[in-house]
Structures are given as C-alpha cells and as structure tokens.
Design a protein around this ligand. Structure first.
Ligand SMILES: Cc1cc2nc3c(=O)[nH]c(=O)nc-3n(C[C@H](O)[C@H](O)[C@H](O)COP(=O)(O)OP(=O)(O)OC[C@H]3O[C@@H](n4cnc5c(N)ncnc54)[C@H](O)[C@@H]3O)c2cc1C
Length: 402
C-alpha cells in the first residue's frame, strides 16, 4: 500500500475545511467531546450535510452516498472532529445504512431512507442482552409471528441492555429469536422497531463517566409489522456478520485519537511543572514521542484495513481485530496522560461539556472541559464493539489457520 501524500487529497481537505468553516453554526461548535452530540444538534447538522449532498458520506454513489474513497472518508472525519462539528448518527451511517442498502426491499428503503438523509429519525442498536454479549448468538428476545386479519405481525418480548442512546432514538434495529428449535445462529432475525410502539420501555444506566449514554430496553408484547423484517426470517445472523464486518476500520476512532494527541501537545507546551514547561522535561517529551509514534502506526493500519474492507478481503478481519485492540488501548493511554499532564487539577475538576460552565477557572478550561469524562468513558472502549479478549481469540484462531 502507498502511504505517500496524495496532492489530490490535499485539495479535497481544503474543500471540506472551507465547508466546515462556513457551515458549522457557532452554537453547534466544539461540543463533540464524550462520544456524541445531543439529539437536536445531530439532527440540525445532518440537514446541513444533506443540503451539501454529503448526507451519507460513507456510502457508494449508487445508494445516494458521496462515493468518496477511503482516504477521503478519513480526511472528512478528521476535519469534522478538528473543526468541532457535531457528530452524526453513527448507528445509521455506519451500521444500519449499509445493511439497508444491501438487504432492504425497495418499499423498506422508500420508508426509511428519506428520514435518514434529512436527519429526522435517529436509530439505536438492540443486540446485547443480559446473557448475550460476547456470545451474541445466545440472545433470547423472542419474536412470534401472529397471522391476523389486520396484517401479519411479530409479537416481541424480551430485554436488551447497553442500548446506547435508546433514549434519543426514534427507531431501533433489533436482533430477535424467531425460531428456538434450530441451531442458535439459524433462529435469529433482524427487525426494525419504532421506539414509540406500545410496550417499549427504556430505563437509563449511568456509566462510570457519570453521564447517561446507556440504557436497558424492554419489550413487552410489542407488535411489529412483518414488513419491518429485513431479509428472510432466520437470516439475521448473516446480516449481523455483514454489519459487524463493515466497521473494522472505524473501531479505531482515529479522528478522536488525533484530537487527543493535538490536545496533549498543547498541554505539554502550555502547562508547567516545577517552573518548567512539560515539553521541556525529557521524560514527558519521550512519553509524548512514543504515543505519537504509535498513533502514526495506527493511522497507517486504519488505511490498510479500510482498503481491505473495501476489497472484501477477509484479511481485514484479523487486522481489524489487531487494530481494535491497539487503538482502544492507545485511546486509554493518551487520555490518562492528558489527566496526568493536568496535575493537581486532573480528573475531578473539569465539568461535563454539556453542563453549564462553573464560575471556577481551571487551567486551559476551554480545551480541557469534559476531559475526565472522556478518560472514564474510554475505559469502555476495550469492551464495546467486541472485547479485547474476544479480539485476541479471533487473532489466535486466524493465525492458526494461516
Ligand atoms: C459503553 C458501551 C456501549 C455499548 N453500546 C451497545 C449498543 O448500543 N448496543 C448493543 O447491542 N450493545 C452495546 N454494548 C454492549 C457490548 O457490545 C458488550 O458489552 C460486549 O459485547 C461484551 O459483552 P458483555 O458485556 O455481555 O460481556 P461478556 O460477554 O459477559 O464478557 C465478560 C468478560 O468475559 C470475557 N469473555 C467473554 N467471552 C470470552 C471468550 N470467548 N474468550 C475470552 N474472554 C471472553 C470478556 O472479554 C469480558 O472480560 C455496549 C457496551 C458498552 C460498554
């Protein structure tokens, strides 16, 4: 793979940068810390992107996307983060959207795509259950088909857990068991469910960063029309593998890693310890250089994995697992080093970015706001999207097969 800078990419970067400078409304800027912007901001930003023709930046042209190459997508994500633009709905852009493009009927696309592009409908992912996380195929949420005069429908009963942003979502894509009699993978189906359906209850789980991202989601005799089944009944496991295999390169969250590193460099040049700038202390400068070198290596691996993904090369699975482990561990180390750099002010002082500013002044307050939340939240990055232990198992098996 050629890692040399591409001059064409530089003009694309300038185009994106200029768009962001003029089109990100001032009141939406800079609130991106802690994984996701509030619901209204995501919706407003999606409308702006859609008006520019960038409503689906990661999809092929034939599906209404931008048709950007992998390096262009990486530039777009990086520039959006650097500009402090609001986040998009990753569940729909990176997970559900590609599934609908590949498996949905024309009627299903006609029902859901317009609201996805215009940002009027946000989604969440209902996969994990209390007894089914790493071993997802053991899921027990049951969907029973009922034939009736006023339209065939499924009746869904069960519980999902760790449903990120279910409290902001209009719809959920849900894995359900439609047949308990067959091999566990063969009895799973993929359903789309309106969160306003009677019988859906969302209860918050507060996470270690003291914020509300996570939920338990309960389904109590929820009636779901058969037209909301994606693919055939029992085909849900194949669709899930397609969905999970699409996100290898994105699990690294490279734009966020780049942002953490930019911030850490600023801390190192602006903060002092014992009268000396941190960057002038050899042990801190060495630590910074090591983190930077690892980040450069991850940047190259991201490009490689994304290219393999685009070529549908199965080597992306094992490299994607390696990338997931190394990138999420680096997220944890850089955010911990940020807290360390802030010294006595460290973890406890900085208010959450979505809460009103306090009167007390902290060093580099604008830059460091919400920093402890980020550090705590990153503890979970080695769990979600497949734990590090599970990724190591995948790597071990793949090496054995080579
Ligand atoms: C912040 C966050 C957001 C999330 N968002 C969502 C979401 O939006 N939607 C959703 O559906 N899910 C979501 N999840 C759930 C996530 O996918 C699961 O937490 C993850 O798959 C692990 O499953 P588990 O929590 O049940 O742990 P378990 O699978 O019970 O694992 C417990 C421990 O056992 C280890 N272990 C399990 N199996 C193996 C094995 N085969 N080999 C070695 N070690 C093993 C694990 O590594 C872990 O240390 C989220 C999780 C977090 C933390």
């Amino acid at each position: 793979m050629d890692f040399q800078p591409d001059p064409g990419l530089e003009s694309f970067r300038q185009e994106v940068r200029q768009f962001l400078q003029t089109k990100v409304p001032a009141d939406l800027k800079g609130l991106q810390r802690c994984t996701r912007s509030p619901r209204e901001q995501i919706m407003r930003w999606q409308k702006i992107l859609d008006a520019q023709g960038w409503g689906a930046p990661y999809w092929a042209k034939e599906h209404g996307g931008t048709g950007w190459s992998v390096p262009q997508i990486l530039v777009f994500d990086d520039e959006c983060t650097a500009a402090g633009a609001p986040t998009q709905d990753g569940f729909v852009q990176k997970m559900l959207g590609p599934v609908l493009n590949a498996f949905a009927t024309p009627e299903q696309k006609a029902e859901h795509m317009p609201a996805i592009f215009s940002g009027e409908r946000l989604w969440c992912q209902g996969f994990s259950e209390p007894g089914a996380g790493s071993d997802l195929a053991s899921l027990r949420t049951r969907a029973e088909l009922v034939k009736s005069g006023d339209g065939d429908h499924y009746v869904v009963n069960g519980q999902k857990i760790w449903t990120s942003y279910a409290h902001h979502a209009d719809w959920i894509f849900l894995l359900v068991r439609t047949n308990p009699e067959v091999k566990k993978q063969a009895g799973i189906s993929f359903l789309l469910v309106d969160m306003k359906s009677p019988g859906v209850t969302v209860r918050p789980i507060r996470s270690i960063d003291d914020a509300h991202h996570l939920n338990e989601t309960f389904f109590d005799n929820v009636r779901v029309p058969v037209k909301n089944l994606i693919g055939a009944e029992g085909a849900g496991w194949g669709i899930t593998k397609f969905l999970l295999n699409n996100e290898h390169a994105t699990t690294a969250d490279l734009p966020e890693l780049n942002r953490y590193m930019r911030e850490l460099r600023q801390f190192a040049t602006k903060l002092r310890a014992g009268g000396e700038r941190l960057i002038d202390r050899p042990e801190f400068a060495l630590k910074l250089a090591r983190l930077d070198a690892e980040l450069q290596a991850i940047g190259m691996l991201v490009q490689r994995v994304a290219k393999l993904d685009q070529e549908h090369n199965p080597a992306s699975h094992v490299l994607g697992s390696m990338l997931k482990i190394r990138a999420t561990e680096l997220q944890q180390r850089i955010t911990e080093t940020q807290i360390e750099a802030l010294g006595d002010y460290g973890a406890v002082c900085y208010p959450h970015p979505h809460e009103p500013a306090s009167d007390q002044a902290y060093p580099l307050q604008d830059l460091a706001r919400g920093i402890a939340n980020d550090m705590f939240l990153r503890r979970a990055s080695t769990i979600y999207g497949g734990t590090s232990e599970v990724q190591r198992g995948i790597i071990a098996k793949m090496q054995f097969q080579l």
